[in-house]
Design a protein around this ligand. Structure first.
Ligand code: SF4
Length: 376
């Protein structure tokens, strides 16, 4: 456990707070809520900026609100946050944040420094996951519940607070910012569509954290109806889409990603080809490379056919071995040959270097190891 920073707050579940958590209302919802409470409409702009741009933790800090409105807010609204349970730093600068919810569930997000300034945060959307991808550690938890909007949003603010603390410790005036978000942590984001949609609206709002939509990517294992909705509701024009593909035949994908038994590769690809997406956007296809399962030359050949004509980027992710999956990582030679063959076939293929694999923070490794160890 050396290098881990355990931050233990009060343990045990707390009772649910009946008040509205202001972190979970998008700007339009907050405007309507403020009007319902009989406050002037311009209060919504002020409160939104306090909550999402300045990240205050207490209504009393909202000094441009009247005393009366602050008192009313304190009665009706909460600014509850997740509790930081553990911060695990990896040798490469990646940090895993383990966060605890009010009902004593644990979730994880991963903060990855970018080259230059700024950082990418890998965000969770559910506690556990209902899908059962065979290579993924999260599925070993089963599905516990969806995260609420504020629990998604607060992962970003907890990471931003960590960056602010780094800057303060280094005597720097301007902390690095979370500039990029990837919904690739625990859970299938499109299985929790409404909360993810609302969290994106909050995090991209100009009066709040103002993260650019073009720097946000939502990943899906292939939930076809939700991908159709993603396109229909215009989300594909705002943020990027990544598809966790991981196989080129139905027989292999059925085994590796059982969601494929419901929506086959052909149906998934046809849906993706119909999606309205931003004309400068590329769709990312994630391909976890599993030795002897999906890493043959023939797989690269089929991948090129499947993606033919799409503005697609292929992220080849060499499998990170962990105790929850019966797969092995291909040799470095095989990984390089697979990527070269993809490129020779005209694909934009890259190897994604695993980040944070020494702390169980790399792709497919989020499984609350601490929790499993504690409860074993
Ligand atoms: S890879 Fe994603 S969708 Fe599949 S089980 Fe893991 S968390 Fe769920």
């Amino acid at each position: 456990m050396s290098g881990l920073v355990a931050i233990r707050g009060p343990q045990g579940p707390m009772l649910k707070d009946p008040r509205t958590n202001l972190r979970g209302l998008d700007h339009a919802e907050l405007t309507a809520w403020v009007a319902e409470q009989g406050m002037p409409r311009f209060r919504a702009d002020q409160i939104f900026a306090w909550v999402h741009a300045r990240r205050v933790g207490d209504v009393a800090a909202m000094t441009d609100l009247s005393k009366k409105d602050r008192a009313r807010l304190g009665e009706l609204a909460s600014l509850e946050r997740l509790r930081v349970d553990l911060i695990a730093p990896a040798a490469d600068g990646t940090r895993k944040l383990r966060l605890r919810t009010r009902d004593d569930q644990l979730l994880e997000s991963v903060l990855i420094p970018n080259e230059g300034r700024g950082a990418t945060l890998c965000v969770s959307s559910q506690i556990g996951c209902a899908l059962t991808c065979a290579f993924c550690a999260t599925q070993s938890l089963g599905f516990r519940r969806n995260l609420s909007t504020w629990e998604i949003v607060d992962q970003v603010y907890q990471a931003q607070d960590l960056l602010a603390a780094d800057a303060a410790a280094a005597g720097e005036e301007w902390p690095a910012r979370v500039t990029n978000l990837v919904f690739m942590g625990m859970g299938e984001p499109l299985h929790n569509y409404n909360q993810v949609r609302r969290a994106i609206a909050i995090l991209t709002h100009a009066k709040g954290a103002a993260i650019a939509g073009r720097r946000i990517t939502v990943s899906s294992a292939g939930l076809v109806p939700a991908i159709e909705r993603f396109g229909r509701e215009g989300l594909g024009l705002e943020v990027g889409l990544a598809i966790s593909l991981n196989a080129t035949t139905d027989a292999t994908r059925d085994r590796v990603m059982p969601i494929n038994t419901r929506w086959k590769i052909a149906e998934l690809m046809a849906t993706i080809r119909r999606l309205p997406i931003h004309r400068r956007r590329w769709i990312t296809f994630e391909y976890v490379l599993l030795a002897g399962v999906n890493d043959a030359d023939a797989d690269a050949d089929r991948l090129a056919v499947l993606l033919d004509g799409l503005r697609a980027q292929v992220n080849v992710i060499p499998f990170n071995p962990h105790p929850h999956a019966p797969f092995e990582r291909p040799s470095n030679r095989r990984i390089a040959d697979f990527v070269d063959r993809c490129r020779d076939l005209g694909l934009h293929a890259y190897t994604r270097t695993p980040r944070g694999d020494d702390i169980g923070a790399a792709c497919g490794q989020l499984a609350l190891e601490g929790e499993l160890a504690e409860t074993a």
